[in-house]
Design a protein around this ligand. Structure first.
Ligand code: 6PG
Length: 254
């Protein structure tokens, strides 16, 4: 891992503003790089990213060259795209409908499909096609956005689930007993080849998991987010004080 940076904001709104600026700066660097010329990003699901999306629309809508941005998702619930639980629907409502991103640049995970393994394989093929990376090599995202649950899950890599130990696929279908739902998710192989991973974590309910993950004193089966260690990339933790309370307590412990 090229390094870990933790930025603590007073609250979710400030966290989102700062995360939006980092998103913009990362996009600008990728697009300005003559060897890249575009920004390859995976959005996160859940509710925390809503604030990030709103900050991007408010402050960076006219600054980011959206035609050079390719948008993917790091996970999806296996539901139709208009379902209230759909990560795509949340992003469509809070971001995609408000920025001039070409439809061809939106790479939605096919959550509506019931042939889950085939859906995962087809999405992996779509990622490879857009990145231009043949089988045997791993696409390298410029930015993968992630969150963590109170149990330390990230993307749809939940404690005790099969996808935690997926060794070859980049995208996996994963049955999650905790939510009685099939999910599609990035695996560690894809996440850990990213140039940058940015976690967004806010709220007291994330404090225990965040303390364990940042300490490293845990396992992927207990706190899956601890398995996010980009081999040649950096991890940015955008957190608020409530989520950092226990980790800061430990750090301050004699
Ligand atoms: C999902 C997410 C998941 C999410 C965490 C945090 O599909 O649910 O990808 O990993 O990031 O559960 O969710 P909140 O932001 O809602 O706390």
């Amino acid at each position: 891992m090229r390094g870990r940076h933790i930025e603590t904001a007073d609250n979710l709104d400030t966290l989102a503003q700062r995360a939006a600026r980092r998103f913009y700066e990362t996009a600008e660097r990728a697009i300005a790089d003559p060897e890249r010329g575009r920004f390859l990003v995976a959005l996160s699901g859940g509710s925390t990213p809503r604030a990030l999306h709103q900050a991007l629309v408010a402050h960076y809508r006219d600054l980011i060259p959206w035609d050079a941005v390719q948008v993917f998702w790091s996970d999806e619930r296996c539901v139709p795209p208009d379902h209230p639980d759909s990560n795509y629907r949340m992003a469509r409502e809070t971001l995609l409908e408000h920025v001039p991103l070409p439809a061809a640049n939106i790479h939605r995970m096919p959550g509506e499909r019931t042939d889950y393994d085939a859906a995962a394989a087809d999405y992996e093929a779509e990622v490879r096609a857009v990145f231009g990376t043949p089988a045997g090599t791993t696409p390298r995202f410029d930015l993968v956005l992630l969150g963590i649950g109170p149990d330390g899950h990230t993307a749809s890599l939940f404690p005790g689930t099969a996808a935690l130990h997926e060794a070859s696929k980049l995208i996996a279908a994963n049955w999650v007993p905790k939510v009685s739902m099939e999910r599609l998710t990035f695996t560690y192989a894809l996440i850990n080849n990213a140039r940058q991973v940015m976690f967004l974590a806010a709220g007291e309910e994330k404090a225990e998991a965040l303390r364990d993950i940042l300490s490293g004193q845990t396992s992927v089966d207990e706190r899956p987010a601890v398995g996010v260690r980009p081999v040649a990339g950096e991890v940015i933790w955008m957190v608020d004080r409530a989520a950092m309370r226990l980790a800061e307590q430990d750090a301050g412990a004699p």
